[in-house]
Design a protein around this ligand. Structure first.
Ligand code: FUL
Length: 507
């Protein structure tokens, strides 16, 4: 086969432009240039398309429900009689998802098996399951089926938490467990839906347990026991868009359960023990695209429902949202269903308040009605793509503003016809080509001439998928009266390569 180098190919292509009609006559195939759209080269690592879809889920729910809901424990030992699982009504996942949708969440993950090994569907892999309870509502329980169905009906994403650690199984710790129990359970779940968006691959692995009556401590080698690379391929075979969180190595634990990510937060990261990665900050020079997910509770007492639990206020949940989704992380917020298989009314009310708060505070993008968006640098047009400033406010995540290669700093100025009350700026990088920005500033001006720095005390370093910056410098303080300004200026002061932003929103 004849190989042409790039130079010869582009020469050929340009010659063909001049002889286009002749080329048709002689049946010559029209060539295209290497990069006709002048797209910037990616800065590696970059997200897999399935990680992009996952990131766009942004804010979703965690539902811890199961044997522990009835025993009051957080980690069941695995010896509980199935009869103890006795819901006072058939659990209703549709009610769970409707309530979290009202909070602005785009999906949810249901625990269908926790460390006690008790399965909330009629699995063939174990006798430790809801359908073996003498309770009639338990017999009708099938969380994966009903959760997936409700999610589809409500146009939401869904996934499952299926604990790899199983304190009930006699097989746990042996090879047979992974092959004959755990992987079979994943397979059974895929029958309820192969469009799961995340599988929560928990990091709590091994320790004491019932283990079929052995009542002993079993430890596993976390590096090798689950054969994670093969397991990951296997899960992708059955659920192609399913991101394996945690040990699965496609999204990382943010490193705390309090609902905050680092203000500087890179999605690139290096792998830790058995593919598990923790960390609020990621690593600028990380080898893998491992975006952060923050898991947080909305009630006291633990992940499961407990009688007498207290509830986190909507205002505090809004702060968590700003400190996670607003810091290049996703937020998975836990809301535990109670013994009736429903979310308590108090949770439902708080979720509604939170949704209203997010809509009223971050729902009206003033950048869309600006008089102008000007930039100090813009990338040369490609044939079908331009990198104009107007891409920043067109509401399209597939168009972006960029500078030429080697131009790593620039200013973006948004001006309005009349003074506006501003409180938050949200920035989004076009991360399909890698996370780049390392430093930026925000200023406002009442007259377009004199500028005042804003968001004092906030680290204005990374952006990533999304960064929401409160102009008053505090994610915790009250909503406040805002800043009155006719213009807003964002300066990109440092970047790993030419910056690419697809959206700027101002609220
Ligand atoms: C942890 C588990 O051990 C907790 O029980 C809970 O499920 C939490 C979300 O993950 O690793």
């Amino acid at each position: 086969m004849v190989k042409f180098n790039r130079f010869v190919l582009s020469l050929l292509a340009s010659t063909m432009v001049f002889t286009a009609s002749g080329a048709e006559e002689f049946g010559i195939v029209q060539q295209t240039l290497d990069n006709p759209d002048n797209e910037p080269a990616p800065v590696h690592p970059v997200p897999h398309p399935r990680q992009m879809k996952w990131q766009e889920t942004e804010f979703y729910a965690f539902f811890h429900f199961g044997m522990n809901t009835f025993t009051g424990l957080e980690w069941g030992y695995g010896s509980e009689s199935p009869n103890r699982f006795a819901p006072t009504a058939v659990p209703n996942p549709r009610q769970w998802l409707e309530a979290v949708k009202a909070a602005g969440m785009k999906g949810g993950i249901a625990v269908v098996k926790h460390h006690d090994g008790f399965c909330l569907w009629p699995t063939a892999t174990t006798e430790h399951k809801c359908t073996n309870s003498s309770n009639q509502n338990a017999k009708q329980t099938n969380i994966p089926r009903d959760f997936a169905e409700a999610a589809r009906a409500l146009d939401m994403k869904y996934g499952f938490y299926i604990s790899p650690w199983d304190r009930n199984s006699a097989e746990y710790g042996k090879d047979t467990y992974v092959k004959n129990v755990f992987m079979k359970q994943c397979e059974e779940l895929a029958l309820y839906g192969d469009d799961q968006f995340e599988m929560w691959f928990d990091g709590a692995n091994g320790g004491d347990g019932y283990y079929g009556g052995a009542n002993e401590t079993r430890s596993i080698d976390r590096e090798t026991y689950y054969d994670v690379p093969n397991l990951r391929d296997y899960v992708h075979d059955i659920c192609k868009d399913c991101v394996m969180w945690g040990v699965g190595g496609e999204a990382r634990w943010i490193g705390n359960e309090e609902g905050w990510a680092g203000q500087t937060n890179w999605s690139p990261e290096n792998r830790g023990i058995a593919g598990e990665n923790n960390g609020m900050y990621g690593s600028e020079d990380g080898w893998f695209w491992l975006p952060g997910e923050s898991d947080a509770k909305s009630t006291s007492g633990g992940w499961f429902w407990h009688s007498g639990q207290s509830y986190t206020s909507a205002e505090r949940l809004f702060q968590m949202y700003l400190e996670t989704v607003g810091r290049n992380s996703t937020l998975i917020l836990n809301i535990p269903p109670d013994q009736s298989g429903l979310l308590p009314q108090r949770s439902v009310d708080i979720l509604k308040q939170l949704g209203d708060m997010i809509t009223s505070r971050l729902g009206n993008d003033l950048a869309r009605s600006a008089k102008s968006v000007e930039v100090t640098a813009v990338r040369d047009n490609g044939q079908a793509r331009t990198y104009a400033a107007s891409n920043l406010t067109d509401g399209d995540k597939d168009t972006y503003w960029a500078t030429n290669d080697g131009v790593n700093t620039a200013q973006i100025t948004i001006t309005w016809d009349s003074p506006q009350t501003l409180r938050y700026v949200a920035l989004m990088e076009y991360i399909i080509k890698g996370q780049r920005v390392k430093g930026f500033t925000i200023e406002t001006s009442a007259d377009g001439v004199t500028w005042a720095p804003r968001a004092d005390g906030i680290e204005k370093t990374t952006i990533g998928y999304k960064r929401i910056v409160p102009l008053n410098g505090s994610t915790a303080s009250s909503y406040g009266s805002g800043v009155t300004a006719k213009a807003l200026r964002i300066s990109i002061t440092d970047s790993r390569a030419c910056p690419l932003l697809h959206t700027i929103s101002v609220y």
